[in-house]
Ligand binder design. Structure first.
Ligand SMILES: *Cc1c(COP(=O)(O)O)cnc(C)c1O
Length: 482
């Protein structure tokens, strides 16, 4: 297309395909007839304005962090500076070929190396791999490290992973996929690990404990030093799930608490938009005793030159192609430079302040089963609010008030759980509007429960069959011809 405006686009011929740029002859050989279409695809014939309207409409029936408050607990749906997207798109970074010679990508290697150093500083651990693509992938990597550690020590009988009953579902999955069995430890009445229960579970078949700090109730394990010391004394390792790092960013370090392995969720804590399933990153930091087992290649610095080191005979191998999701790591790096240590401390301070403000206000109206000073999030119960009212009803009604619902039914130890995480980015006005909506919903639950059962009333779609929406999503146009 040479002109800036092609009249055909306004008249409904759909998109214009670029001209064929390979020889037409010989195509028989390149694409066997069995793989070729027998009839044209059913692509709607729309003009450019119609197409623009279609996508603009779709963007309006969606809800994102740029629309409003998004208190999805455990997900840390915080503001991610838009400028980081521009940085990740800089051609020098975005177009670098992953197989390029080291000499040509010194800048990218330097960025990865320095990002690793910052992450180690935050974790209080000595080395990190940037390869894992998400938190769950980091967990799996961590479990492989644990396995290799005990193999090298000839302690293969250590086959059990201890997990508090408040753990995220990915924890037992990762442990199981890596070949371990899982022993669940019930939480105490205070929502924390009970030391006597832990003592009972510990023996010489335990490989590691997996802990989320603060835990998924938003409560910091006050006896964390005792917990990790007990596991270490029994010969086990301590894995920390770092999904909740926003709660103590720049204030405390997992390494100082006894963690041997710690995963980051860069897409939660360090500036990558998520929620749509886009690329994530779950770097794994380790203590000295596990460094030799880290994935290859490792990025090392010799004087002023950076290179990839494949020479690591005890490594668990590669767990991602090349070096991980570079663009995500780049955004985390930019975010760290932008905020610096003072900024990071402000993040955790405001995240905790906002969560406690909401918790204190909402516990007047909603049951709060584990009542304590919370960290970045807290968990209410939707139980007993009104005739047949469930957490799902409350969540759906919040949509009518213009809010994204919180996480529901997790953690499993709270009945009708409503897990609320405001993040540091929200102002008091937003929090107050949310409190007001939650209070009105609690009143409606008593006076007119139908309003909740039938919610949402004002959303583009009413209540969906959630299982079918997840298992058989209709993702293609036209929607009505299925
Ligand atoms: C999000 C989360 C995970 C998994 O992380 P992903 O990046 O989504 O794979 C693990 N544990 C906890 C506590 C989480 O909140």
């Amino acid at each position: 297309m040479n002109t800036i405006f092609d009249h055909k686009l306004a008249k409904g011929v759909g998109g214009l395909l670029p001209a064929l740029d390979v020889p037409e002859q010989g195509i028989e050989k390149l694409v066997p007839s069995s793989l070729r279409r027998t009839h044209a695809p059913r692509i709607p014939n729309l003009s450019e304005p119609e197409l623009v309207r279609h996508y603009t409409h779709l963007s309006k029936v969606n809800y994102g962090i740029d629309d409003g408050f998004y208190p999805l607990g455990s997900c840390t749906m915080k503001y991610n500076p838009k400028i980081n997207e521009d940085l990740a798109r800089l051609p020098g970074f975005a177009n670098a070929h992953p197989l390029a010679d080291e000499d040509l990508i010194q800048g990218s290697l330097k960025l990865l190396y320095e990002a690793s150093r910052y992450l180690c500083g935050i974790a209080g651990l000595v080395e990190v791999t940037l390869q894992p693509a998400a938190g769950a992938h980091g967990e799996l990597t961590g479990m492989f490290l644990v396995k290799r550690y005990f193999e090298e020590r000839g302690e293969e009988k250590r086959k059990r992973i201890l997990l508090p009953d408040s753990a995220h579902g990915t924890n037992p999955s990762s442990a199981t996929i890596a070949g371990f069995s899982v022993t669940e430890i019930p939480s105490g009445k205070d929502g924390m690990i009970n030391l006597a229960t832990l003592e009972e579970a510990l023996d010489d078949t335990v490989a590691a404990i997996m802990l989320t700090v603060p835990n998924t109730l938003g409560i910091f394990e006050e006896r964390i030093l005792e917990v990790t010391a007990m596991v270490h004394a029994a010969g086990g390792l301590c894995y920390f799930d770092g999904a909740n790092l926003n709660a103590f960013l720049g204030r405390a370090r997992p390494g100082d608490m006894g963690a041997d392995i710690f995963h980051f969720n860069l897409h939660k804590t360090l500036s990558t938009p998520h929620g749509g399933g886009g690329p994530g990153s779950g770097p794994v930091a380790v203590a000295q005793s596990l460094v030799d087992f880290l994935p290859v290649p490792r990025i090392v610095k010799d004087k002023n030159r950076y290179r990839l080191d494949w020479n690591s005979p005890h490594s668990i191998g590669c767990i991602h192609s090349f070096y991980g999701n570079f663009g995500v790591i780049l955004k985390a790096y930019a975010y760290l430079l932008l905020l610096g240590d003072t900024g990071l401390r402000e993040v955790s301070e405001n995240a905790v302040l906002n969560a406690n403000y909401l918790q204190e206000s909402l516990k007047q109206t909603y049951p709060l089963p584990y009542e304590r000073l919370c960290k970045h999030e807290f968990v209410l119960s939707g139980k007993g609010l009104g005739e047949g009212i469930s957490a799902l009803d409350i969540a759906k009604r919040l949509i009518d008030y213009g809010f994204h619902p919180p996480t529901i039914y997790f953690p499993l130890i709270v009945p009708e759980a409503l897990m609320i995480e405001p993040t540091e980015c929200e102002g008091k006005e937003t929090l107050d509007r949310f409190i007001e909506a939650m209070e009105r919903i609690a009143a409606e639950a008593k006076e007119n429960p139908r309003l909740l059962h039938e919610a949402p009333q004002y959303a583009p779609v009413r209540r969906l069959d959630q299982t079918r929406a997840a298992r058989q999503p209709i993702l293609t146009y036209p929607f009505n011809e299925r």
